[in-house]
Structures are given as structure tokens and as C-alpha cells.
Design a protein around this ligand. Structure first.
Ligand code: HH2
Length: 290
């Protein structure tokens, strides 16, 4: 059985898990401003848990293409008060940050997971996580910086380069003393990749999984889905569900999503149709007559 050691929790990954996104930002690409105050973000945490989120991911900095970096004080002021509350909701809480200083404070406050789009390359970040006894980490691949990463990204072999980068980051953390069971890898859809790169990576998810760590994917509402369907960002729910299920079919174990309720339903159907013992094959939950 695959599991992810994540702070207070050991997350059973024998079935795919849903990580609900809480962007405490004014400028995130799909929901900027919607949860930008502490009160709105806390309400969103509660809503996503009620909708069935297995984990929460709190972010205080947009990393959308072209985004400007925010100051540390600002990012900290956005994230920490929400984290304090989210930690009482009974699910693992992840903090999405590139900054060692915020990672340190978040871990001190009790965060279960650090999700870093920069794969712990900030000075001292790797050592900080390695000495922590239990926190989980998500190491994501990003080519370049958010401000410029979508300007003609180039790879000779995107799958091998991403796989080698992630394997190298995981090996480096393990060399610092981190247990493998605390590490999850993410190809980083939308981070320095063309549509063709993303499709190649999606098709190669089994290759990434073969590195020996669970794979997390973040397809939710991303612009490749907009280009495939011709839909603006707020009309990408069906596209996001299709991509999420396709990723699970390819072996992804964690889905980072904005639309938790819909993703949970889609996964329930997928599991039931797979005859998954974790699903409800014989006694489907009762519902009011259609
Ligand atoms: N995508 C975003 C942010 N963090 N973390 C991981 N591990 N994987 C992802 O694909 C990923 C991520 C971007 O999405 P979002 O948080 O909705 O937007 P923004 O960065 O504009 O706040």
C-alpha cells in the first residue's frame, strides 16, 4: 500500500486523493481575489473540507505565468492566520510557498506539508525540511521563474529532463536524511511548458511514478485546457474533470483542484466503475429519486 507521511497524518494513497486549493491572493489566475481576506479564505477551507477535500493547500503568492513575486511579510500575513484555523479542520494542511522563511514558520505552526513549485531550491529550504521529523513535501518541476517561464520554453526531451530533475531533487533530500515516504513528485503542468510538453508529460506519468514516489498533478483550470476546449478560465470545470480522471488513469495519486465537490463525485464514479474495493460497488449511497 502506498502512503504519504504528512505531518500529523499518514495519507493512504490506495485510492486517489483530492487536494483543495485555497488561494489567499488578489491575483491568482482563476480565482484571484475570491478568497483574499482571512475570513474568506477560512470560509473556503471549511467549504472545501465539507465538499470532501482530503487535504487543503494554502497559497499566499500567485505563481501564474507573468506573476510578480510578493514580499515575504505580505505572503506570511496572508497564509499564517488561515493556516492556524485550517489546522483544526481534521485534514492534512499543506502550505504552497517557495520561501524557506515562510516554510519554517508554517512548520512551526503545525503545517503538515510543504508544497513548493520550486522543489525546495530556496537557500536552506532542503535542510529545513530534512531536519523536520514528519512533514510531507511536494517537489514540483518548474523551468525558469513565473515572470518569464512561458516565454518559449525549450527541452530536448521534456519527459527525461523533468524525470531527472525530480529524481535529483528527491535524491538530494534523501541524502539530507529525509525518508522517501515523505516525498511526492509533481511534473508541474503550466510551469515553463508548451501544450505539447504538457501532453508528453501527461502521457509519461507512469515514467514519473516509476521513480518510486507518488505523483500529484495540478491540471485544474490550466490554460492548456482552455486552448483545447476554447473555454475561458471559469468554464473549464468539465475540462478539468476530464484531465483529472485521465491523470488518475495514468497513475496520479493526488489531484490538486479548485472544484472539490465535482472532482470528488467524478472520482467516486471512476472508482465504482473500476470495481475498486475502496469504492461502493454493492451498496451505492441512497439519493432522492431523479
Ligand atoms: N499550480 C499552481 C500553484 N501551485 N503546486 C503544485 N504542486 N502543482 C501545481 O500544478 C500548482 C501548484 C497554480 O495554480 P493556482 O494556485 O490556482 O494559481 P496561482 O498560482 O495563480 O495562485
Amino acid at each position: 500500500m502506498t502512503a504519504w507521511q504528512a505531518g500529523r497524518f499518514r495519507i493512504d494513497l490506495s485510492r486517489p486523493r483530492v487536494m483543495g486549493i485555497v488561494n489567499i491572493t488578489p491575483d491568482s489566475f482563476s480565482d484571484g481575489g475570491a478568497h483574499a481576506t482571512t475570513a474568506l479564505a477560512i470560509a473556503q477551507c471549511e467549504r472545501l473540507v465539507a465538499e470532501g477535500a482530503d487535504l487543503l493547500d494554502l497559497g499566499g503568492e500567485s505563481t501564474r505565468p507573468g506573476a510578480a513575486a510578493v514580499g515575504l511579510d505580505e505572503e506570511r500575513a496572508r497564509v499564517l492566520p488561515v493556516l492556524q484555523h485550517a489546522l483544526r479542520l481534521g485534514v492534512p494542511v499543506s502550505v504552497d510557498t517557495r520561501r524557506r522563511a515562510l516554510m519554517q514558520q508554517a512548520l512551526h505552526a503545525g503545517a503538515d506539508i510543504i508544497n513548493d513549485v520550486n522543489a525546495l531550491r530556496d537557500d536552506g529550504a532542503e535542510a529545513l525540511l530534512a531536519v523536520h521529523p514528519t512533514a510531507g513535501v511536494c517537489l514540483m518541476h518548474m523551468r525558469g521563474e513565473p515572470a518569464t517561464m512561458q516565454q518559449a520554453p525549450h527541452y530536448d526531451d521534456v519527459v527525461e529532463e523533468v524525470a531527472q530533475f525530480l529524481a535529483g531533487r528527491a535524491a538530494s533530500l534523501q541524502a539530507c536524511g529525509m525518508a522517501a515516504e515523505r516525498i511526492v513528485l509533481d511534473p508541474g503542468f503550466g510551469f515553463g511548458k508548451t501544450d505539447a510538453h504538457q501532453v508528453a508529460l501527461h502521457r509519461a506519468l507512469p515514467r514519473l511514478q516509476a521513480l518510486g514516489f507518488p505523483v500529484l498533478v495540478g491540471w485544474s483550470r490550466k490554460s492548456t485546457l482552455g486552448r483545447i476546449t476554447g473555454r475561458p478560465v471559469h468554464e473549464r470545470l468539465p475540462a478539468s474533470l476530464a484531465a483529472a480522471l485521465a491523470a488518475v488513469q495514468q497513475g496520479a495519486r493526488l489531484l490538486r483542484v479548485h472544484d472539490v465537490a465535482a472532482t470528488v463525485d467524478a472520482l467516486k464514479v471512476w472508482q465504482a466503475l473500476q470495481g475498486d474495493p475502496a469504492g461502493p460497488p454493492s451498496s451505492f449511497a441512497r439519493q432522492s429519486p431523479a
